[in-house]
Design a protein around this ligand. Structure first.
Ligand SMILES: [Zn+2]
Length: 91
């Protein structure tokens, strides 16, 4: 599959997200992401959810689960989760 710029991959037409390439209505998968330590598959069983958009024509359906590592810069939710956790543990 050719590489498509993320920004231009989907476009909004009349309030509906469509694929730039084939005009299909964009679907989404709710993914459960488990966090593990960077470079390993070890973690503490922490998970969070994210929604992954995809085109049912051009792309494979994303798996219902994924992996990320603690403090990942690519995922602001992770940093937020850690912040909330640190606030709770301080109480
Ligand atoms: Zn498409």
């Amino acid at each position: 599959m050719e590489k498509i710029d993320e920004e231009a991959k989907y476009i909004k037409k009349q309030n509906i997200w469509r694929c730039q390439k084939c005009n299909s209505i964009i679907m989404a998968v709710k993914q459960i992401v488990s966090l593990h330590m960077k470079g390993t598959m070890a973690g503490f069983g922490e998970t969070y959810r994210r929604t992954i958009p995809y085109c049912p024509q051009c792309e494979e359906k994303p798996l219902p689960y994924g992996f990320d590592h603690y403090g990942s810069k690519t995922d602001p939710e992770t940093a937020e989760l850690k912040l909330i956790k640190s606030l709770i543990s301080d109480m």
